[in-house]
Ligand binder design. Structure first.
Ligand code: G
Ligand code: G
Ligand code: MN
Ligand code: NA
Length: 254
């Protein structure tokens, strides 16, 4: 993993690649933004899932460097799409606790946006609920600094971390992502619907955009729409895809 990262950073190879998954406004249906998701192709093992190597990168202390590369690459890709006339409204990247804790994230974000001529508004940082609740990391100043830049702050995996909701009013977040686990059986297990409804209502009450992850079936899609969820992400709309495939996908949508 370390060798792969050094190779990537030095420009001597590209073991890591970003795929982009559309997040779609439900009504009217249109591309809202894309989420950058990292992929790793190992010379012998082939494709390794981020579900496996992201935790590994965390353990090895490499995740902050990987996240930095992802930020730079995703924002540069957004600029490239725009140069090519591909109308992508914005890009979201995942930020690990380790990357956040390093403290230079606001400066890095500002520099990356300036280098690529991208407005702060068009960049979203997805931060897990667990990080928001962290006692070790002082998230408050970091989030304020990022908010001051004008980037969108989204709570990833919402509903899986802790029961305290106090952080929602303390921190300058503007979006929450309903964790896939709640959406998964939305149309199968009746117990999920009131939970999803409650999350959407929390979002409404606090003026937060709600994004539902892991939407795979039309029945889930319809229920989310009926509950007033603004944005959906999942195989129902599109799988994560290489940058070059997005223009074609957009054409198919339009
Ligand atoms: O793409 P996939 O659903 O397999 O991703 C699995 C997990 O890896 C998800 O929880 C996702 O948030 C995480 N992940 C994907 N890309 C990145 C990244 O660039 N940085 C971090 N920190 N996590 C990522
Ligand atoms: O935790 P985070 O939101 O960053 O994770 C996004 C992950 O969810 C990615 O690994 C992506 O591949 C995965 N994903 C996206 N859409 C779907 C879906 O419809 N079903 C399932 N099972 N996974 C999905
Ligand atoms: Mn995410
Ligand atoms: Na998530």
């Amino acid at each position: 993993l370390r060798e792969a990262l050094v190779l990537q950073e030095s420009g001597g190879g590209a073991p890591f690649e970003l795929h982009y998954q559309p997040q779609v406004s439900l009504d009217p249906r249109r591309l809202y933004r894309v989420e950058a998701l990292v992929r790793w192709t190992h010379p012998r093992w082939g494709a390794v899932s981020p579900a496996e190597f992201v935790p590994l990168a965390e353990e090895c202390g490499l995740i902050d460097r990987l996240d930095s590369w992802v930020l730079e690459t995703a924002v540069a890709q957004l600029a490239r799409w725009r140069e090519a006339g591909v109308p992508v409204p914005g890009v979201a990247v995942n930020v690990s606790a380790a990357r956040f804790a390093r403290g230079d994230l606001p400066d890095h974000v500002r520099a990356v946006l300036a280098t690529n001529g991208i407005p702060a508004n068009d960049l979203t940082l997805e931060i897990t609920e667990r990080l928001m609740m962290s006692e070790e990391i002082d998230v408050h100043d970091g989030l304020d600094a990022l908010h001051a830049l004008g980037v969108t702050l989204s709570i990833d995996d919402f509903g899986t971390g802790y029961s305290s909701l106090g952080y929602l009013k303390r921190f300058p977040v503007t979006e929450l992502k309903i964790d896939r686990s709640f959406v998964k059986e939305l149309d199968i297990d009746a117990a999920n619907r009131p939970l999803v409804r409650a999350i959407i209502q929390i979002g409404e009450a606090l003026g937060l955009t709600v994004v539902a992850e892991g939407v795979e079936r039309e029945t889930q899609h319809r229920m989310l729409e009926a509950e007033g969820c603004a944005v959906g992400q999942g195989y129902r709309f599109a799988r994560p895809m290489a940058a070059g495939a997005l223009a074609d996908w957009l054409q198919g949508e339009g």
